[in-house]
Design a protein around this ligand. Structure first.
Ligand code: AMP
Length: 395
């Protein structure tokens, strides 16, 4: 179902409450924002509202302050960064629905921006209490959700408030739906999905959903060893979910039944310990020696995966192919980022570690879409309805 966006309503002169995802990393010592991507991602919506003479009221969560005021989780650094990026003074309320917020939002003028304090300073936020949702709604005339990163959570500021105001999506959510939704509903073929990360159990929903849609499913990262063990191979001390062996077998036979090519790594970069300092080897994936753990894919695998994606027309990638926190074992993840940057396909990256690898390599502008929501994009790829999107008005 298509959701109404900002462009479907008249915002001129109106107070518009925008739920953003300003949950940015902040250096605990300096208090500085270390990555402003999420703030930059919200700018098109905010700028559109300013250009169209709206009165802009922003809200967001930051970290996990556990329902009470905590200066460590104040949105003050966000207000400063936004002021710098927008070239105007963003006023920060001292509270969320208290006197300061009420005063600033009742006196707000066209072209002004007020940022409410961290919505998670109230425990009611995550419980989606109607009184709290109403108090947020009372400060505005229109609600815009642009926080894709929290759209999978049914909280007051992402879902509850939409019951009390005309509710539409911002441009960021619109863009996420266009690309993630487009890949699921109407992908250009061949469609290849690359799934990595630690656990099969985290990705099972995505695997199940994608098996009905993709031509090739590539499985790498820690997940792959559960599949190898299920096939009876020795995996040494590699990460494995023993209670998911039957599930892995089921996935392998489902893929075969559906005619989906399921690719597992051919070789692995293994180590005697979970660190940068162990004894290392490159070994076939089916012959991991005792006392060694697979921490990355090997060179033959990289070649095989490259071959599998080179003619793809749609690629969805979620999760690192190895323990990318250790430099030595980030080769596979970097190689996948690089191969996707070179192909002529719609390339969609599902947030988290994969997105970070791409940013680090400076390849972000070579991808079609990098999702701003790790958990939310995963749930979307599982085919789930995200409550923060479901709550918005239909077109
Ligand atoms: P996820 O959040 O599910 O995408 O998983 C990301 C995590 O998977 C990262 O922290 C990686 O270190 C981890 N990971 C990837 N490959 C492996 C592996 N071979 N062994 C252990 N952990 C892995």
């Amino acid at each position: 179902m298509n959701k109404k966006t900002l462009k479907d309503i008249d915002v001129n002169g109106k107070k518009v409450l925008v739920r953003c995802d300003f949950n940015v990393p902040i250096d605990a010592e300096t208090g500085n924002i270390t990555d402003n991507r999420r703030i930059r991602a919200a700018l098109p919506t905010i700028q559109y509202l300013l250009d169209n003479k709206a009165k802009v009221i922003l809200c967001s969560h930051l970290g996990r302050p556990k329902g009470e005021f905590n200066l460590k989780y104040s949105l003050k650094p966000v207000a400063e960064e936004l002021s710098r990026l927008l070239g105007l003074q963003v006023k920060l309320a001292e509270d969320v629905i208290g006197n300061s917020a009420k005063e600033l939002t009742s006196n707000i003028k066209e072209g002004e921006v007020v940022l409410l304090e961290n919505v998670r300073f109230h425990s009611e936020e995550e419980k989606n209490y109607s009184e709290f949702s109403k108090a947020l709604a009372n400060m505005a005339e229109i609600y815009v959700n642009d926080a894709f990163g929290t759209a999978h959570r049914a909280h007051s500021s992402t879902t509850g408030v939409a019951s009390y105001l005309p509710a539409v999506s911002g441009f960021l959510i619109e863009k996420e739906l266009e690309f993630l939704g487009g890949a699921l509903e109407n992908p250009a073929h061949p469609f290849v999905a690359i799934l990595g990360g630690a656990k099969v159990s985290d990705k099972i929903g995505v695997i199940e959903n994608l098996l009905d849609k993709v031509d090739t499913l590539i499985i790498g990262g820690g997940m792959a060893y559960t599949f190898y063990k299920a096939q009876g191979h020795n995996i040494g001390t590699s990460i494995c979910e023993d209670d998911k062996l039957d599930l892995a077998k089921e996935i392998l036979s489902k893929a075969e039944l559906k005619g989906v090519k399921l690719l597992l790594p051919l070789d692995n970069h293994v180590s005697s310990e979970y660190s940068n300092n162990g004894e290392e080897r490159i070994v076939p994936s089916t012959e991991i020696p005792d006392g060694f753990m697979g921490l990355d894919i090997g060179p033959k695998t990289i070649e095989c995966f490259e071959d599998a994606v080179k003619d793809a027309k749609t690629v969805v990638w979620n999760g690192p192919l190895g323990v990318c926190e250790f430099d030595k074992f980030s080769t596979g993840t970097k190689a996948v980022a690089t191969m996707l940057s070179k192909i002529d396909a719609v390339t969609i990256i599902g947030g988290g570690d994969s997105a970070a690898a791409i940013e680090k390599l400076g390849l972000a502008d070579k991808m079609t879409h990098i999702s701003t929501g790790g958990g939310a994009s995963l749930e979307f790829l599982e085919g789930k309805v995200l409550p923060g999107i479901d709550a918005l008005q239909n077109k």
